[in-house]
Ligand binder design. Structure first.
Ligand code: BG6
Length: 485
């Protein structure tokens, strides 16, 4: 199968930080169908060679193991092309169409790595130029809108030009190996399914913690905040993967139908429940990994007195028969103690302990970052003394599966996975418009309540785990976050 991949936003951060390294890795791993072309599109004038030199330089900022050698880059560069386009000029789309037609590849993947306010104009122009035929796929980067109305508006335009099965809405968390492991764990094994319900599970925590601050993205971030940046998409997508019913098949829509049902079952927020069940925070100066770091308000391009949240913790429930009453805690933040993301499924304790002093719940930990893996926490007997087995001999142990080590040669990164899926037309790991809109519907009351609440985000020191109120939120149910246990 031959392909052309067009990257709108071809000189932007996302392109050189994530997409080019992922495409290069895909080439290295022999995943890219041979003979494909990659066309970067942006506003300024440059030649193919100038663009190649620009990307070559940017690779210096990519982690060392993912940088190409001279020879590898030469191979990669042969695929790279550049085209200047004004995104509102029909003649530029006609030129793009002619460029694509020259070769007539089986598939043209049009990746919109631009600011989302450009999505409608790009899609309309693509439609008018007839660049929406059956071989065309459009990839839309997040954030898709900043609330329900704007997401619906973008989706209306996308749907007026492309069929739903041509629209690949990216949530790069779905491309992470841990998410595939989760699907394999739940639906490739019979072991956990009987336990995967309220009768056996006490609570579920999803933590997406970052040590980094907002860096140079202060202006984008300040318009966005942690709820829109991480919860509406990444955290909720992980929650759907955990809570969904087994789908009838591995087809994209079978999976997405089940995920949508979970989103529709989430307990809706009211102004009162936002005050009780949602904590927002903003980092102050502190230390991360032994280095002093600035507070959010001192970051570049952050307006004075900003009330933007850089941390969110919340409690919700999935209101259906499987999960009724089980708390789901979501937490995400910047400038936390570590880049450490995981899902912790805590099982109920034994109903009648015969070893006094050993009440301890089993846990399944699905690790996303820094490495992906799986841990099962159990109690085991250390040995047996003269007095036979008794409480003090039981000790916590964990069965630890390090997937990074076990499958190192076969592991591919999130963007690599998703780009290859878009090229080959697999929609399983992309978000359908109704899922995305339902996620906005659910977070909107939180945004509204915050807009009307003068108290603003709670301060927390960089390098910690967020405001103390986040611990109190789970302590109310007799729980604690993983690092507090
Ligand atoms: C992006 C957010 O979607 O995800 C960023 O916009 C965040 O703010 C990033 O840093 C985190 O992704 P990862 O894969 O590094 O955990």
């Amino acid at each position: 199968m031959s392909f052309d991949l067009v990257l709108f936003g071809g000189t932007g951060d996302l392109t050189w930080r994530k997409l080019m390294p992922a495409l290069f890795q895909a080439m290295r791993h022999h995943q890219l169908p041979p003979g494909g072309r990659i066309l970067a599109v942006a506003r300024d004038e440059r030649s193919d060679d100038e663009y190649r030199a620009f990307i070559r330089e940017r690779f210096a900022e990519v982690e060392a193991s993912k940088r190409p050698s001279e020879a590898e880059f030469a191979d990669f560069a042969r695929m790279l092309h550049y085209r200047r386009m004004d995104l509102s000029h029909p003649q530029d789309y006609a030129g793009l169409k002619a460029w694509l037609a020259e070769r007539g590849a089986d598939v043209a993947v049009l990746y919109l790595a631009t600011s989302p306010h450009l999505f409608p104009v790009i899609c309309e122009q693509l439609g008018q130029a007839g660049l929406n035929g059956p071989g065309v796929r459009v990839v839309l980067e997040k954030p898709l809108g900043h609330d329900l109305a704007s997401a619906q508006q973008i989706n209306r335009v996308v749907r007026s030009v492309f069929a739903e099965e041509q629209a690949f809405r990216i949530d790069h968390y779905l491309g992470k190996p841990a998410v595939q492991n989760l699907m394999a764990l739940r639906f490739g094994n019979a072991l956990f399914e009987p336990l995967w319900r309220r009768e056996s599970i006490a609570n579920i925590q999803i933590t997406l913690a970052e040590g980094m601050g907002v860096g140079t993205r202060g202006d984008y971030y300040d318009r966005t905040g942690a709820l829109r940046d991480m919860v509406q998409n990444h955290a909720l997508q992980l929650l759907t993967m955990i809570a969904m019913e087994p789908p009838p098949s591995n087809d994209a829509d079978a999976i997405r139908d089940e995920k949508l049902k979970v989103l529709k079952s989430l307990k809706p927020f009211s102004a009162d429940s936002v005050a009780r069940d949602v904590v927002r925070g903003q980092y102050r100066a502190g230390n991360v990994g032994g280095q002093p770091v600035k507070g959010y308000l001192e970051e570049a391009k952050v307006p004075a007195g900003s009330r933007c949240e850089t941390f969110v913790a919340l409690r919700t429930e999935v209101q259906n028969w499987r999960w009724a009453g089980v708390p789901f805690y979501l937490r995400t933040g910047k400038r936390l103690a570590a880049h450490d993301s995981q899902i912790v499924v805590t099982f109920r304790e034994v109903p009648h302990p015969i070893f006094p002093g050993t009440r301890r719940a089993n846990k399944l930990v699905i690790k996303l970052q820094p490495e992906d893996g799986l841990e099962l926490h159990l109690l085991a007997a250390k040995g047996s003394g003269a007095a036979g087995l008794h409480g003090e001999m039981l000790t916590p142990v964990s069965l630890d599966l390090d997937f990074d080590k076990a499958f190192a040669s076969e592991r591919i990164g999130a963007y690599e996975r998703l780009l290859m899926d878009a090229i080959s037309g697999r929609l399983n790991l992309f978000v359908r418009s109704d899922e995305q809109e339902q996620a906005w519907r659910w977070v909107e009351p939180v945004l509204d309540a915050w807009a009307n609440d003068p108290s603003g985000p709670r301060p927390y020191s960089a390098g910690g785990w967020g405001p103390a109120a986040a611990s109190a939120l789970v302590a109310r149910d007799g729980c604690a976050w993983a690092e507090e246990q």
